[in-house]
Write a protein that binds this ligand. Structure first.
Ligand code: PLP
Length: 395
């Protein structure tokens, strides 16, 4: 009667959702201030003033039917031109509006890209720990998601494991740096090694392997660390970007896909992106917010807030005896759980109302994720509880 797979996806709660709901229930019992909810990656710094100003200005300046009307499917041409100009200034690229396709955030950008590329028996490879939605987005196209085990020493790439998983069925490789889960940023050395291997495999298999860069956290990188712009390293790169984190606009659903001129057969790839958008009922990205981001393209929210929180939590956990790779970006820590079973560990943490997410769901058992896009004061008050939790393990 119905598509069983869709029913399963729509009714089976994710671990994060279950933890979040537990937190709501506990908050009603013991008070909001006594819950240390590290489960959700929802930005908690406000959008910069320019966003509010742009909304007012656009509503005042433009005809309502123009502001709220359909745009062409790839997005308003003037918006795309100004975003391309901003990218060129910041990253030394040579894009124009025709290289961009506006989307409803990164989720739409990656889903459209997967659909545009996917053919029967294709495999998409990603690296643990990974954003679990990749699995349902990739599988919805009929392709298979292949996960490379994590290199837990620094959360760069385990190239031996990766090379073993590349096959003639590999259609694309998905990277996410700064990384949602580990907080790591792929170094230029990692990117060079990755792209050299992909070029070698393209030659060996005689077909392109696309590199999909899912980068909603691009601007959240610490200590001035460089986040390489991947179209400059590999021709067959497609960039999926979002303003959900950099401008704190997750609910407004706005982002874009970049298809560079250098990609193999630009016209056919861009055409397939447009076709995939069409069948996924994309129509066009939110019209008002296309214009808003064009006016705020070079701005960000106060992202230094996350860096401060990240360092506070990292130092606190290290002092409590945890092992953890130092965060380089995004707003997540990915420490080692204090017992092998990360589910059991996160369950035990609940005793202190510390809400943590087991790494198994992200392809990395034995670890947990703590999202620190929360009040600094909550982190400060959580640290003695992490100490008590560690003490239970005699640490
Ligand atoms: N990709 C990653 C790695 C994410 O962490 C997220 C959201 O948290 C997304 C994609 C989707 O972001 P958006 O809100 O732009 O759809």
């Amino acid at each position: 009667m119905i598509a069983e797979k869709m029913y399963e996806l729509g009714t089976k709660k994710s671990t994060i959702r279950t933890i979040f709901e537990f937190g709501r229930k506990r908050a009603a019992e013991v008070g909001e201030e006594n819950i240390y909810d590290f489960s959700l990656g929802n930005p908690n710094v406000p959008s910069p003033e320019c966003v509010k100003q742009a909304v007012f200005d656009i509503l005042n300046e433009m005809e309502p039917c123009a502001v709220h009307g359909y745009t062409v499917a790839p997005g308003d041409p003037a918006v795309r031109e100004s975003l391309a100009a901003s990218l060129n200034t910041r990253f030394g690229t040579k894009f124009s509006g025709k290289n961009l396709f506006m989307t409803a955030g990164a989720a739409a950008a990656i889903t459209i890209t997967f659909k545009a590329l996917s053919e029967a028996e294709d495999e998409f490879i990603t690296f643990a720990p990974f954003f679990p939605e990749y699995r349902c987005f990739v599988e919805s196209t009929g392709a298979k998601l292949i996960v490379v085990p994590a290199r837990t020493v620094d959360f760069q790439i385990d190239f031996a494991a990766f090379a073993d998983l590349l096959t003639p069925h590999t259609k694309a490789v998905i990277v996410n740096s700064p990384n949602n889960r580990s907080g790591s940023v792929y170094s230029e050395a990692t990117i060079r090694k990755l792209t050299a291997l992909l070029e070698e495999k393209e030659r060996e298999y005689g077909h392109p392997i696309f590199l999909i860069s899912d980068e909603p956290y691009r601007e959240i990188a610490y200590d001035g660390i460089d986040v390489p712009y991947l179209t400059k390293y590999y021709n067959n790169t497609i960039v999926c970007y979002s303003y959900s984190k950099s401008l704190s606009l997750p609910g407004e659903r706005i982002g874009y896909i970049v298809v560079p001129d250098e990609i193999i057969d630009f016209g056919r790839v861009y055409g397939a992106i447009a076709g995939a958008g069409r069948v996924l009922t994309h129509v066009n990205a939110p019209s008002l917010f296309q214009r808003v981001i064009a006016r705020c393209a070079d701005e960000t929210s106060d992202l230094a807030f996350y860096e401060k929180n990240g360092k506070l939590l990292y130092n606190g956990l290290i002092a409590a005896g945890f092992t953890c790779v130092k965060p380089q970006g995004a707003f997540y820590l990915f420490p080692k759980a204090l017992e092998e079973d990360d589910y059991a560990f996160c369950e035990r943490a609940k005793k202190y109302d510390l809400l943590l997410v087991p790494g198994t769901d992200f392809g990395c058992p034995g670890y947990f994720r703590a999202a620190y896009c929360i009040k600094t004061e909550t982190i400060e008050r959580s640290l003695p509880l992490f100490k008590k939790l560690a003490a239970e393990y005699n640490i």
